[in-house]
Design a protein around this ligand. Structure first.
Ligand code: SF4
Ligand code: SF4
Length: 94
């Protein structure tokens, strides 16, 4: 089992935050205001739910295995990437 979620840093999740409650303070026309030139400008202080592995340990480990959690996240990443037309080279492969 891989130790860290293999985020490809495509930026799709940070560019599509409309309707996500915990990111609402950062929402500017659906894009997080902290996304600067493709990178999170508050990376070390970003919200817990922006941290896939830490949020698993803190919250989701009570409900599912890490394999299930990674699979759900990868599916969500790849579907979002497809919807936003992100290049296939950014797909998350487990
Ligand atoms: S959509 Fe997935 S792969 Fe892309 S930056 Fe977000 S977590 Fe990483
Ligand atoms: S706080 Fe950072 S990691 Fe979270 S959505 Fe905004 S840019 Fe992305």
């Amino acid at each position: 089992m891989i130790k860290q979620f293999p985020c490809t840093k495509c930026g799709a999740c940070c560019s599509s935050i409309e309707g996500i409650d915990f990111l609402e303070p950062y929402n500017q026309d659906g894009v997080c205001v902290n996304l600067i030139e493709g990178e999170c400008s508050i990376y070390t202080d970003r919200p817990l739910l922006c941290r896939i592995d830490e949020s698993y340990e803190a919250i989701f480990s009570a409900y599912m295995s890490k394999e299930e959690f990674y699979a759900l996240n990868a599916k969500a990443c790849n579907e979002l990437q497809e919807r936003l037309g992100v290049d296939e080279s950014y797909r998350v492969l487990l």
